[in-house]
Design a protein around this ligand. Structure first.
Ligand code: FMN
Length: 338
């Protein structure tokens, strides 16, 4: 059993004490079909891709499509971003009749188009505005509210301890921290020691995030920080099995092996899910980034990917994968010309 710091869990979230494995919100990635696949392999909770609070208040159809949680019967969070407290409050009000277990606030996004409007990680450099936003949201929310932060805006303004304490005082049920500054974006390494310090500082759960890619890195992050849970982003793309590996670490049994046939059958299931959710064209487009990563390192992977991606309709892609599942990867390699 991994050692975790005892924390004060929000009594409105009876499932939180045993919730350890979090699928990150990822724009363009963590839609309903992918969340379903990840939870099947052991993710305890999934998050929708982040959604603009202003977009929700304007009623944009494309924006509302991102809140794809209707009928979702497992744990799910919706994450909003924005810098206008009124829009954040109004978006919260509009979201409350929808299906969500927690509402997460994005204070970590490094993207230019978000920070130039003072949203996402830019709020780490404007704590009075961040506080107004949190107060505006919590006044409207009928579900628990959580926040996702980075360690600070840049190395000269690292302030996660101050931000974390403020978020705790403002009633957040947990804080997730990606161990990089905004200036780092995705470069370098996530600073797990900073996550450890935040765990020590706060009484509420801290969810550690950054650079967990397998069971071993999961074990090392928890051991180093004693964080309550771990959120995984990139490590889950094309690799929902990471959650099975994490679960094996949590429950103390050997990490499961994934067979080539299973890579194929789960990819098929994912294609079907995306096409059902988004329609043929968009569904096929969305699932490609998962399949591109899924077969990495397998014998014949490049050839298999080429064969799958040669098709733009899901039935043919599925046909190639079904054949691959039957025959094995090596059998699909192009024959040497004699
Ligand atoms: C394609 C992509 C989209 C992302 N979208 C979001 C998002 O919508 N909301 C968010 O809080 N973080 C988002 N992130 C950041 C991740 O949630 C996570 O914090 C970051 O990737 C570090 O974790 P990792 O090393 O496990 O990937 C995104 C990351 C990627 C790679």
């Amino acid at each position: 059993m991994l050692d975790r710091k005892p924390v004060r869990c929000d009594p409105r979230l009876p499932w939180l004490p045993r919730t350890r494995r979090f699928l990150s919100p990822m724009s363009g990635v963590t839609d309903r079909p992918f969340r379903d696949v990840c939870r099947r392999f052991g993710a305890d909770i999934g998050f929708c891709e982040f959604v603009s609070a202003s977009g929700l208040t304007y009623g944009g159809e494309q924006t509302w499509k991102l809140v794809d949680t209707e009928g979702e019967d497992q744990l799910v969070g919706v994450q909003i971003f924005g810098s206008n407290p009124d829009h954040m409050a109004q978006a919260t009000r509009l979201l409350m009749p929808h299906r969500l277990d927690v509402l997460d606030l994005n204070f970590g996004c490094p993207a230019k188009k978000v920070v130039k409007k003072c949203g996402g990680s830019a709020l780490l450099a404007d704590l009075p505005l961040l506080e107004r936003i949190v107060r505006a949201v919590t006044a409207e929310a009928t579900v628990p509210v959580t926040a996702k932060i980075r360690t600070g805006w840049d190395e000269d303004s690292v302030n996660y301890d101050e931000v974390g304490l403020m978020l705790q005082d403002l009633g957040m049920s947990w804080v997730t921290m990606h161990g990089r500054t905004r200036a780092q974006k995705y470069t370098g390494q996530a600073d797990w020691d900073r996550i450890a310090r935040l765990v020590e500082t706060l009484e509420i759960p801290v969810i550690g995030n950054g650079d967990v890619v397998d069971g071993d890195s999961y074990r090392r992050l928890v051991t180093r920080t004693r964080c309550h849970g771990v959120m995984v982003g990139r490590g889950a793309i094309g690799n929902p099995w990471i959650f099975a590996r994490m679960r094996a670490v949590d429950e103390g049994y050997p990490e499961p092996e994934v067979t080539f046939a299973e890579l194929c059958t789960v990819s098929i299931e994912h294609i079907r899910g995306e096409v059902a959710a988004r329609g043929e064209r968009q569904g096929v487009f969305t699932v490609r980034k998962h399949i591109a990563k899924c077969f990495k390192g397998q014998a014949g992977a490049a050839h298999l990917r080429r064969r799958v991606f040669a098709h733009e309709d899901s039935a043919r892609m599925i046909g190639v994968l079904e054949e691959a599942a039957r025959r094995g990867s090596a059998a699909l390699e192009p024959e040497e010309s004699s």
